[in-house]
Design a protein around this ligand. Sequence first.
Ligand code: CIR
Length: 254
Amino acid sequence: MLIAITRGVSARITECELTHLAREPISLQRARVQHRQYENLLAKLGCKLIKLPAEPELPDSVFVEDTAVVLDELAVITRPGAESRRPETASIATILKQYRKLLHIEPPGTLDGGDVLQVGKSIYVGLSRRSNQSGIEQLRKILSAFGYKVEAVTLHDCLHLKSAVTHVAEDTLLINRQWVDDKTFGNMQFIEVAPQEPFAANAVLIGKPLIYPEAFPKTRQKLEAQGIGVRTLDASELAKAEGGVTCCSLIFEV
Ligand code: CIR
């Protein structure tokens, strides 16, 4: 069975962290409606949802992906790079400890789950403003005991590794090559985002079809041309908070 942990949108989402985007008004009501549609789609695609209540005091806490790295053998509770986001991890650890052995990233390490891309036994980690060398080194030490290979990846001009590249089919990555170099990923096939859609590389792969934002029709066409089916949804309000579709869930098998 697949579990998806989600958390409601904080009433303080308008005070979210922003790195590359200018602050725009965010409609809390619309963000909540879109988030519910996202949860419904996860359920439709076979996930059992654990919906955590919104954390009124934690503006970015809807983006649960950043709080943990969940693998078959264990979960690593992160230490988010943005200080405002560090209190988000405690409640996630409480849930995850029912399903996995937990290990933790310790200071001075920082790591955001959005920087961690798993492709089989390879774990790629963006060296970003949020995830530092110490965080990556700690993750490497923890995961090498389970046979994973952890590789640091240089990024430019984007928030997280998974803003620039995600896994969309067994041997295929969806990538924005302006933000990350494809050579890092070895023997994979690539689909490049349409040039007009730089934010289009973030998709959720549960099985088939992909969960994908409706804002990127040109890249969607490229995916479909390669036989990759997508279910689109409107994720525009949380996109103003620099959140993509992977950010709003932690998905794992039990
Ligand atoms: C942040 O800057 O931390 C949030 N406003 C957005 C986090 C998005 N998370 C993700 O890409 N995994």
